[in-house]
Design a protein around this ligand. Structure first.
Ligand SMILES: Nc1nc2c(ncn2[C@@H]2O[C@H](COP(=O)(O)OP(=O)(O)O)[C@@H](O)[C@H]2O)c(=O)[nH]1
Ligand SMILES: [Mg+2]
Length: 327
């Protein structure tokens, strides 16, 4: 066995061959707080960043317990049965507090995690700078470089993670429990507005009737929103992941979306726009990083924070004052 560490090029080649050990290592490097790991990850990403892979990126969201993991397991198994390579990335912004939830999710995708065509990886939020969104975007690129054609990004339906995930996927799916109008009240309108489809879960047994009712109500609700810029009309479907019902229809819908948005150009437009969002977010992150990495600037920031709270300075003016010190 060679003792020498493989070069970035060798890693890139291994990745291109779909080597999952290399993929895992590369993702770990992205998540690492060590500067050498970060540099390695950047070199590797630069090597694998082929413009425009033929992948499909799918975001899936919904409240805890709605059935995301069970759905992804059934959906994922169906996709691998078609011979497709899929990667599942779980974004859990609260994972530092609830480490157990991700482990729980993994065991719930038991069959899929044993599937040779599937790669499952939770994104830990950790405490490193850069944020979950940044690392998830890079992880998506690495998975695509390793030949995964369908990337599923799962997020817990709480907080701002939906907006972040929306800005890195092609298709955004919202899962909802069967139920009547009461259920409708509970959902944040903003999340529904971002959805390309709503899937009512657990449509089996006694729930079936309620699920169909919910389908009608959600369809009505969606009609009230502005049309999506993609020209796509959001759909509402019912599924039972346990009885494997509706899973094929969801895939057919996603395929239709893929075909029609590629045809009308909005698929590429969306990806281009997402690249620019990433650029802007990175600028903000790097600026902040520069500040907190300098003891002097960090002290200024803390002192300005105190002044803001005391009402001595406006937040925006304080930001200007701080950024002006970045020379
Ligand atoms: N009856 C029924 N139960 C389901 C279905 N999908 C998920 N569940 C159950 O709902 C609970 C939460 O599912 P899970 O996939 O962990 O939800 P998550 O928190 O959104 O990932 C579990 O007890 C599942 O067994 C379904 O299609 N039908
Ligand atoms: Mg889950």
């Amino acid at each position: 066995m060679k003792n020498r560490k493989p070069s970035v090029k060798e890693y890139a080649d291994l990745l291109a061959k779909g080597d999952t050990v290399t993929l895992g290592r590369a993702i770990t490097a992205i998540e690492s707080k060590k500067a050498t790991d970060a540099r390695f990850a950047q070199f590797l990403l630069a090597k694998v960043n082929t413009n425009g892979p033929k992948s499909l990126r799918l975001g899936i969201t919904g409240s805890p317990g709605v059935g995301k993991s069970t759905f992804i397991e059934a959906f994922g198994k169906y996709l691998t049965s078609l011979g497709k390579k899929i990667a599942v990335l779980a974004v859990d912004p609260s994972s530092t507090k609830t480490k157990g939830s991700i482990l729980g999710d993994r065991t719930r995708m038991e069959e899929l995690s044993k599937d040779k065509l599937a790669f499952i990886r939770p994104t830990s939020s950790g405490s490193a700078l850069g944020g979950v969104a940044d690392r998830t975007r890079e992880t998506i690129l690495l998975c695509e470089a390793a030949g995964y054609e369908i990337i599923i990004v799962e997020t817990v339906g709480v907080g701002q993670s939906e907006t972040a995930v929306r800005s890195m996927v092609d298709f955004f799916l919202l899962l909802q429990l069967p139920g009547g109008g009461d259920e409708l009240q509970g959902i944040k309108k903003g999340i529904m507005e971002m959805a390309d489809a709503i899937v009512i879960t657990k449509s089996d047994g006694e729930n079936e009737k309620k699920a169909r009712q919910a389908q009608v109500e959600f369809q009505h609700a969606l009609h009230l929103f502005q049309p999506l810029s993609s020209g796509w009309t959001p759909k509402v479907m019912t599924t039972s992941a346990i009885q494997k019902k509706g899973i094929v229809d969801v895939w057919k819908m996603v395929e239709l979306f893929h075909r029609s948005t590629i045809a009308n150009g909005s698929f590429q437009q969306n990806r281009d726009q997402q690249k620019l969002i990433w650029f802007q977010e990175s600028i903000q992150l790097l600026l902040r990083e520069r500040i907190v990495q300098s003891r002097k600037l960090l002290a200024s920031m803390k002192s300005l924070e105190r002044k803001i709270i005391k009402g001595e300075i406006l937040s925006s003016a304080a930001a200007k004052e701080l950024v002006n010190k970045l020379k």
